[in-house]
Design a protein around this ligand. Sequence first.
Ligand code: ADP
Ligand code: ZN
Ligand code: ZN
Length: 814
Amino acid sequence: MGYAEVSVNSPIAQRRTFSYAIPPGLSIDVGQAVSVPFGDKLLQGIVLELSDYPAVEETREIAAVIEPYPLLSPAQISLARWLSEYYLSPLFDAVALMLPPGFERKALTFISPLPIPADFDLSSLTPEQKQFLQLVQKQDKINLKELEKTLGKKKVQTIVSQLVRQGLLARSYQLEPIKIRAKKELYLSLAVKAGEAQQEAARLREKRALKQAVLLDFLSRQSEPVPWTEARQKVNSNKAVVDALDSKGLVAVQQIEVRREPISYLGIKPSHPLTLTTAQKSAFESIKSSLLQMTKGQTRPPVFLLHGVTGSGKTEVYLQALAEAVRLGKRGIALVPEIALTPQTIERFASRFPHKVAVLHSKLSLGEQFDEWQRIRKGEFDVVIGPRSALFAPQPELGLIVIDEEHEWTYKQHDKSPRYHTRDAAIKLAELTGAVVILGSATPDVETFYHAQRGDYRLLQLPERVTPNEGSPLPQVEVIDLKDELKAGNRSLFSGALSQVVAKAVASGEQVLLFLNRRGAATFIQCRSCGFVLRCKRCEVALTYHSAEEVLVCHQCNYSIPSPQVCPRCLSRRIKFLGIGTQKLEQEAGYTFPQARLLRWDSDTTKQKYSHQEILSKFRAHEADILIGTQMIAKGLDLPLVTLVGVVSADTGLNLPDFRAGERTFQLLSQVAGRAGRGTLGGQVIIQTYSPEHYVIQAAAKQDYTSFYDKEITYRRQLHNPPFARLARLIYSHTNDTLCQREAEKMKRLLIEESEAKGIDDLSLIGPAPAFIHRLRGRFRWQLILRGSDPSTFLSQIPIPPGWTVDIDPIGLS
Ligand code: ADP
Ligand code: ZN
Ligand code: ZN
């Protein structure tokens, strides 16, 4: 008898697998989905390993096989195990990333009546129990959910438990039915010979049944059945017409199974590879030779960092590298940040690989995702494109993984387990499959660039735009010192320079973006005379103002001081609480530019599914002159009429209590600057700030990544921040704030004890402190930051009590 190690879909399972016996006659493969008994339930699970011996003495048997073929490849199984171990996530959560859409099914509970024992005294039952028993006895099996719906959950559960205990009812379990089915469409064809149909059509015409005649004529000219939706459009028909022809026996109506295709290739012309520039060619050649080496069985595939500004031709390099992989008999996965998955991006890939591109993303219907997943598994596509989750597509013969805009924070799954970083998961998967990885960015993540500098990754540079002299040079960036504005008596949000150029642009029929680098509602305080921002002595991050207690608090270590009345540096009394929002900005813009038509775009105005598309197309159609927004407007927009971008305040982002605040601000400012001058009109960028001398502002103004990186990496080294250490963020959340703090203190003691007991001396703890978003959906949150060379391994040996979430390599501390 053989045994299987199964990852079971139960919250109890955590990071473990469970041993099951394989019953005789059942053939089981690694990666296959099975249903297994677990406690008194029947659950779904995935076989991760086969063995001759069980890991425990007592095993139960696998109940059934769910799908005849394996759902996970051996490489994916190893990846799932790594995700679960490294990110400390339940194993099934990691496995679930790789399962077909709609796979997960809950266990349903059924109850059935048992024969009543001869010696049972029915009069011992309450009237309620008796009534219930009679109800159940009328059927042989009832879904418990249905009963709960009509009779109330609590009541049903109590009675069922009582009757089960007395041996009068039995519970049984079954997986809920499959949610997704193949899609069927109505097709029309002739039920008679074409000649006969045409005679009939003529007769119908005489009888003035014109619509029937036209449809019949149309069908008599088709060689194959026609989809009803197509026929209806072409001859302007309706369902009554079809029914009439059907009842006369002239037309046959059939349901035919169709594929749901997320990409419409209508209107997409095939495109051909461009002749590469010198820089592109040298990057491409390096990638090409690595791809070739990998097919010859080299063991460790390289990771490339393709560093080049927007418009430097990175995408063209991806496309040609993918084509090369395909030529070598391999396939690729191309990942883009969620927001970049626009029709234009998909079109660009689809036109280079006609009918060979799969898209996977959450906006598709479950059915579309399911169909696409199945076709990917069968090897129908050269390239799978999608957001981070597309990394787990069942793409066979994986040879190349591209991650575009690799610095984007959407690549980290932070809101649910496993809290993985796509970049690290991709590199792991590449190691397991022998695939080459290309990371591309104009402003690489500081950690990525550090690895490239050290030679862990191979650095490829595209220093210039492909067409530097043809209308889209990098725009001019001007930094405005807001302290000077105040000295000159200007208290508005707009400096003299900014309001002048905005007015001018609007008057000449051009468009303007006004950008406020703002996140969250918390405020920091800044001196309006000298620009000084109060920072934590230990963590260097800006202190956050808590208005209720009138104190300033460090959101990393909980250091706190009373809110000062005067600036500690220049003794000025003009201390300002910063935290302006886009709403305020819209108001002021309305006063300052009464002629301009305004449009606001932020997460408040885009709560509905498609409204950001609507806002965007309105703006593109020049129905507004000024678009006001948060960082969302910085990303991937191509707006040819925009000649001016104004960053109203660069300081809000810069002073977030997070060691990555500088990096993030640099990335955002670089991106916004890239928005100006996309068209032939040229462009201008104005950055307003109280800290014009800050290295982030300086580097962003010059659009100089290297000078930013050099400073940033020095600070990271000094303060022992990544990449010089790894972090883990532990958050405890509860409705009671004091309890949170107490639990966090308790956890801190536990972690210190453990690290001392194990003799680990490179671990340090920061906090506990209230999390930056201290209160979320009615629950308070306290956090502890653990810093060391390997906090994941350390934490994996500690039982983490419920109520805590652990985030390894957190993307932000705020
Ligand atoms: P990136 O991905 O770095 O933003 P793209 O690959 O999108 O850059 O290239 C920017 C523009 O230049 C696109 O319109 C693209 O078609 C064009 N382009 C890219 N490479 C070449 C080339 N070798 N010759 C001509 N045009 C090119
Ligand atoms: Zn001051
Ligand atoms: Zn601090």
